[in-house]
Design a protein around this ligand. Structure first.
Ligand SMILES: Cc1cc2nc3c(=O)[nH]c(=O)nc-3n(C[C@H](O)[C@H](O)[C@H](O)COP(=O)(O)OP(=O)(O)OC[C@H]3O[C@@H](n4cnc5c(N)ncnc54)[C@H](O)[C@@H]3O)c2cc1C
Length: 377
């Protein structure tokens, strides 16, 4: 990636060490201080121009390469994502508004994202529309110069803390179900929105249901063309799927294991150490697939199947490496502050990894997407 990227990696590690407590396990725990840490850290990154590094300067970025943004992504995920939910604004909400938003939407939404001040949530999935997203039923009907929206979303990450929702709703019945869908940029404090958290082992603030009861929005809140939201959603999903560098956390934890365990590392069964080594190889494979997608995104040639191939590799890696790491800490029974912290990090990684083959599209759906593309080529 070159010298600039190596220097950037060093800067980011130093900033994390200075601003994020060593026992930080993400922004969505029971402890409100963790969310504050994430919000503060986003401001630190934004002040140094590091939050939206690869965005154009006119939108508050530094015009850096996608590879430098990839370094940010890797270092953040490796250190339990101290940007909290704001990674979504940087990775896909902002870029999508840049591409499809009006001048007014760009000047309203992009600067707060670049300053690290705003959290977005994604309102796509519904109780009967997950893999089959186009069957969603949340409906927007015309009301004078605006719209009224009613319906329900589910599994909406970060909805309790978000100020804005990137919402997909049905605006008409097309010949195909993918037609007649529209994206709305909706303020979460508007009357007519109710958020109900869903308790999960990923933390109390992660997953939610969101109810829309006759929510009034204006024509200015529509992103892109009315009834043409599906094309934008496909683009969003490709960016989202490569936006989390899960391989970086796997690699950091796997590489830390021998030194945390010290002498006890040699007592582990050969078979387990063999699987540990295979996981490191798997990390490299997922990383290379990620880089392939990033390069194609940069050239504008990425296809959904490319993102799917990466996603299959990285979510499998997430789960398999979590299993290996859990076996390692269980057999070695680490003690002492560093070892205790490592065990908590591994447990957290394991809990998150369970959901990775469902979130952002299930692994079965990714396999179908990839297979169709291979059969068609
Ligand atoms: C941690 C997490 C965070 C999430 N965050 C968000 C969010 O912020 N916003 C949002 O909108 N959504 C979010 N989701 C929802 C996620 O996108 C959906 O869970 C996912 O798309 C699967 O949809 P579903 O849950 O309805 O499962 P279903 O679609 O009902 O699928 C159930 C099972 O059936 C399989 N299946 C379904 N159809 C087929 C088929 N045709 N062929 C073979 N197998 C099939 C699936 O692979 C899966 O194993 C999140 C989910 C998780 C787990």
């Amino acid at each position: 990636m070159g010298e600039a990227a190596t220097a950037l990696r060093g800067d980011l590690r130093r900033l994390v060490a200075e601003n994020v407590p060593a026992d930080f396990l993400g922004a969505f725990t029971d402890d409100p201080a963790d969310l504050e840490t994430a919000q503060g850290f986003c401001r630190v990154l934004a002040e140094r121009g590091l939050l939206c590094l690869a965005w154009p300067e006119e939108y508050g970025g530094a015009g850096a390469s996608v590879w430098e943004q990839t370094v940010v992504r890797e270092e953040m995920w490796a250190h339990h994502e101290p940007r909290g939910a704001q990674y979504m604004g940087v990775n896909w909400v902002g870029p999508t508004i840049m591409r499809h938003g009006t001048a007014e939407q760009r000047s309203r939404h992009l600067p707060p994202i670049a300053r690290g001040e705003v959290i977005w949530c994604q309102g796509f999935s519904e109780p009967d529309a997950g893999s089959d997203l186009a069957s969603l039923r949340t409906a927007a009907r015309r009301d004078g110069d605006g719209w009224r929206i009613s319906g329900q979303k589910i599994w909406t990450s970060y909805a309790t803390m978000a100020q804005w929702c990137f919402l997909l709703a049905r605006t008409s019945k097309g010949e195909r179900r993918q037609q007649g869908l529209t994206i709305f940029l909706v303020p979460m404090d508007a009357p007519g929105i109710e958020v109900r958290p869903i308790a999960s082992m990923m933390g109390p603030h992660h997953l939610n249901e969101v109810f829309f009861s006759d929510l009034r929005v204006t024509g200015a809140d529509v992103l892109g063309e009315v009834d043409r939201g599906w094309e934008v959603v496909q683009e969003v999903l490709s960016f989202e799927r490569v936006g989390i560098a899960r391989y970086a956390r796997c690699e950091r934890l796997l590489q830390a294991a021998p030194s945390v365990l010290g002498d006890r590392w040699d007592d582990l069964p050969d078979e387990l150490r063999g699987r540990w080594a295979r996981m490191l190889t798997h990390c490299r494979r997922a990383r290379l697939l990620a880089y392939e997608v990033v390069a194609k995104q940069d050239k504008g040639t990425v296809r959904p199947a490319d993102a799917a191939a990466y996603r299959i590799a990285v979510t499998k890696l997430d789960q398999d490496s979590a299993d290996v790491l859990m076996e390692i800490v269980a057999l070695a029974g680490p003690d002492g502050a560093q070892a205790r912290r490592f065990r908590l990090q591994v447990e957290d990684h394991w809990r998150y990894s369970r959901a990775s083959t469902v979130a952002s599209g299930s692994i079965e759906m990714q396999q179908i997407l990839l297979s169709r593309s291979l059969l068609a080529s």
